[in-house]
Write a protein that binds this ligand. Structure first.
Ligand SMILES: Cc1ncc(C[n+]2csc(CCOP(=O)(O)OP(=O)(O)O)c2C)c(N)n1
Ligand SMILES: [Mg+2]
Length: 638
């Protein structure tokens, strides 16, 4: 028995958790990220100050930002290492809710300790307590119930024992993992209990590969064996299962092409002859063209987001689906014939069955032709330059934007900038992004010939993940250069952890794409007939509209105030210099790249179902609605 406070027990327990995957043991908790406040600095603060064992304390600058760093760190450690996050009560806690949702959607373990109001209620309302008049039992922290895989509230010190064991159950479960929120009442953090020694024993949690059931493999093998033109979708489950090599040899053996989702990208090599690249709304022509002709879709480790399936319109009406997924929930999607199991074991078992059946697909030249077509498009996108005959890639636009931008800002196209960055930075650099137009460009154009280096958060597409996520990538892979691919909109939303990168001496490189606006949303509204409303960064004009001059923002100056080494690139030559010079720096860098609006990649034949209004005074909107209804009528119903 050891008499200690509840907070001291948390620290000691976390310091003794290990995981083992494929027989390799790893210490699970690296440390704790905090933004202290009265709800946490005394209870948990004392525990960390007096004896933090092997845990490191990190200081966040914004609770959402620090939790994104932690989630990215876990993802880039392939879910075998985490940094727990602790916040104060009220707003500090509320700030982590978004990051909790982001982690849960992406199946990434994230352990959160938001502080809570007093269990005794003596001082109620304590500073920052949200007094819900219909129930004093409800606090800000109940908001986590909607976005976590495990939720608890500790009102007695002994409750922490079952809570932490359940947290470990969820965090190390390949199908269930996501955010865990354990609310810790601020008075209870400091209350003590005689904890049994056994609670603090070293625990090694096995992250197991769920073995396929023979009857399920037989089911899916039967469907695949009937296929002339199958297509594999490589989802995030392939990555977490480290099944990239197994998938490549499976596809080679049976002559089956595969396409990547955002979270599956970098599990396999871009240069593999069967890799078609991205699929769906942010996909390539190669992936989408083959998908449209495929008769059996083999979804491995994918949650079939609307972006992957083009809102269920990408595949032939009579295409059949099979799934291999460790999550039953995802395996059941699209009414698939399923095998609920680990991706790698499932691929190997399916391969064994297909071999017995002497299976091979009927593809002849289609795969190479599709890939060659995309290579030509890549040439074009990489060399896309501004000149007197300039044509934007996105047609829906406000006539004045591009010339105005070129005159005041610069003349780099976004696609050429992406291509140049890829070419000039190390092949094994990590690439982190989340929202805006960059996910489309990167899924299409970013080549990943170094495995597990692509860190796209596109499950929740949470603006503000980019810079925090790049720091998480760097902390997980300190030997690799880390790149945050960040829109100006995302920068403005959240970049606080850039300061943490300086504090931790963890160099990240921010590629800031300044197109003076929420570019992709401007594209979306204007391509559906709506005006240029509140999506560009413009001053309010004399008519009271947000249609005045573009707001010039010197992002390099913002970041240099933090001690970051900065550059501004208005021309391709300036970008080339900045990319090369930034590689020589020891501290974090930022390149403020002034990219022309409307020069991001456009779609390649994949529809996206969005809520176009059914009636409008605007004829263009009515036309857009008709087009939407037409596309919807061709999509699968469920
Ligand atoms: C937290 C959050 N709020 C709102 C959105 C909706 N949204 C998606 S992209 C986008 C604009 C992104 O602008 P920017 O980062 O400049 O990228 P760009 O599209 O210009 O490349 C918005 C507002 C989001 N994805 N995340
Ligand atoms: Mg922008």
């Amino acid at each position: 028995m050891a008499k200690m406070t509840m907070a001291q027990a948390i620290v000691k327990f976390l310091d003794n958790q290990y995981v083992s995957f494929d027989g390799v043991e790893t210490k699970f908790v690296d440390g704790i990220f905090t933004v202290f406040g009265h709800g946490i600095v005394l209870g948990l603060g004392e525990a960390l100050d007096s004896d933090r064992g092997g845990l490191r304390v990190y200081q966040g600058k914004n609770e959402q930002g620090m939790a994104h760093v932690a989630a990215s760190f876990a993802k880039m450690n392939n879910r075998r290492k985490i940094i727990a996050c602790a916040s104060s009560i009220g707003p500090g806690s509320a700030n982590m809710v978004t990051a909790a949702a982001t982690a849960t959607v992406n199946h990434v373990p994230l352990l959160l300790f938001p502080a809570d109001a007093f269990a005794t209620r003596q001082p109620d309302p304590v500073l920052q307590q949200f007094e819900q008049v219909n129930s004093l039992a409800t606090t800000t922290n109940d908001a986590y119930k909607a976005v976590t895989r495990y939720w608890d509230r500790i009102q007695r010190p002994e409750q922490i024992m079952s809570a932490l064991i359940n947290a470990m159950r969820v965090l190390t479960d390949t199908a269930e993992t996501g955010a865990v929120a354990i609310s810790i009442c601020q008075d209870v953090e400091g209350e003590s209990f005689d904890y049994p020694d056994s609670f603090f024993q070293k625990r090694v949690h096995k992250i197991t590969r769920i073995a396929p059931a023979k009857e399920e493999i037989d089911d899916i093998a039967k469907v695949v064996a009937s296929a002339k033109k199958p297509l594999v979708i490589c989802g995030g489950g392939v990555r977490y299962s480290e099944a990239g090599e197994a998938l490549e040899s499976f596809c080679k053996k049976f002559n089956i092409p595969f396409a990547e989702t955002q979270s599956g990208k970098s599990a396999c090599l871009s240069s593999d002859e069967y890799n078609l690249g991205g699929l769906g709304v942010t996909g390539n022509s190669s992936g989408n063209d083959i998908a449209k002709e495929a008769d059996v879709i083999i979804g491995i480790g994918t949650r079939f987001s609307d972006f992957t399936t083009a809102s269920k319109s990408l595949f032939k009406a009579d295409a059949k689906f099979v799934t291999i997924n460790t999550s039953r929930f995802d395996a059941y999607k699209l009414d698939a014939v399923k095998a609920v199991c680990d991706a790698k074991l499932g691929i190997i078992a399916l391969g064994d069955e297909l071999e017995k059946l002497n299976y091979t697909s009927s593809y002849t030249t289609e795969i190479k032709a599709a890939k060659d077509g995309w290579d030509r498009e890549m040439e074009f996108l990489s060399n896309y330059a501004y000149d007197e005959n300039f044509k934007p890639l996105i047609e829906a636009r406000d006539e004045k934007t591009i010339p105005e931008f070129a005159e005041i800002f610069g003349t780099i196209t976004q696609t050429a900038a992406v291509a140049m960055i890829r070419k000039l930075i190390p092949a094994d650099a990590t690439c982190t992004a989340a929202a805006g137009s960059l996910p489309g460009d990167l899924q299409r154009m970013w080549t990943t010939d170094s495995r597990y280096t692509y860190n796209m958060e596109y499950g929740y597409s949470c603006m503000g993940y980019e810079i925090a996520g790049a720091l998480g990538s760097k902390m997980a892979m300190p030997d690799k250069e880390a790149y945050a691919m960040c829109g100006d909109g995302s920068w403005l939303m959240l970049h606080s952890e850039l300061v943490t990168s300086m504090q931790e001496h963890k160099k990240i490189n921010v590629m800031l794409f300044d197109n003076s606006g929420f570019g992709c949303i401007n594209n979306l509204e204007m391509s559906n007939g709506i005006g240029n409303l509140a999506t560009e960064f413009r001053f309010r004009n004399e008519n009271g509209e947000l249609l005045g001059d573009l707001i010039p923002i010197d992002f390099a100056k913002c970041a240099s105030g933090y001690g970051v080494k900065t550059y501004t690139a208005r021309t391709p030559e300036e970008l080339e210099f900045a990319l090369k010079d930034s590689l020589k720096q020891e501290v974090s860098t930022l390149i403020d790249i002034k990219v022309l609006p409307k020069t991001m990649t456009d779609g390649y034949g994949a529809w996206w179902h969005v809520g176009v209004p059914s009636v409008s005074k605007n004829e263009k909107v009515n036309k857009a609605f008709e087009a939407k209804e037409e596309s919807k009528s061709k999509a699968r119903k469920y």
